[in-house]
Ligand binder design. Sequence first.
Ligand code: KG4
Ligand code: ZN
Length: 284
Amino acid sequence: MPLVRETLKQADLTTADLGGVAYTSGPGLVGALLVGAAASRAMAWALDVPAIGVHHMEGHLLAPLLEADPPEPPFVALLVSGGHSMLIEVAAIGRYRLLGDTLDDAAGEAFDKTAKLMGLPYPGGPHLAKLAQQGHPDVFRFARPMTDRPGLDMSFSGLTTQVLTAWQKSDQSEQTRADIARGFEEAIVDTLVTKCRRALEAAGAERLVVAGGVGANRHLRERLAEAGAADGFRVYFPRLEFCTDNGAMIAQAGAIRLAAGQVDGPEIRVQPRWSLEDLPALAS
Ligand code: KG4
Ligand code: ZN
């Protein structure tokens, strides 16, 4: 509640201004989900406004709509966070088809594991990316997993193992650490760019939306923008603070669904496992 009060204060609003309460109802760890759901449901009940449970990844996916000049569906979305690496075909808001998924570790998880192995603090993604700036791109060349065969699924656990082996066999100097970080980042970015190009072609789409924590990676953003210029697709990124987990994206997804007339019952329900494909489509 102190956080809610502080947020309202900074936004120059009071609870009387609220038209609804949106909260993350899945997917994720049940304990955390229940805390948010119970607090949100109670607040909505006390304020006599509707409340709506939001799919965390739909929050990420729609985050670019918080920006001026937002993407219009249809588009393809690359969702890369600590728990997911997915390619989604978005026919309309609420109509999602999974084109590709991770078979093991998510992209963010691979960043975090690699960072941890080299002694960087958690969450390692941004630290590893910073270190990579000091590294040379062609000292360590790691595999680009699953790009040598068709398909849109991804797998990053083998890459993490490859990096571990290289690190253990190396002199573990500062420069080597940066070179390995750079080699790793190149491999992940290359793989993601290849998969995005293929997904856009498969879906016949001209717009790519990138969201989730790894979408904050500067190198990934540059390389996708270059690929877009070469292939003729446009790339939409939310600003950095809307890439990593944030409340604005959940508020927006909830507001869109409430405005479209969707309401949930008053019971406290969470969905630790929840596919984006199971979300109800919005009446247009
Ligand atoms: O979307 P997010 O904030 O939380 C989840 O829903 O998981 O994503 C967090 C993930 C972490 O794995 C973090 O290391 C990674 O995003 N991340 C980055 C960068 N910033 C955050 N990975 C690479 N480069 C970054 N700049
Ligand atoms: Zn997230």
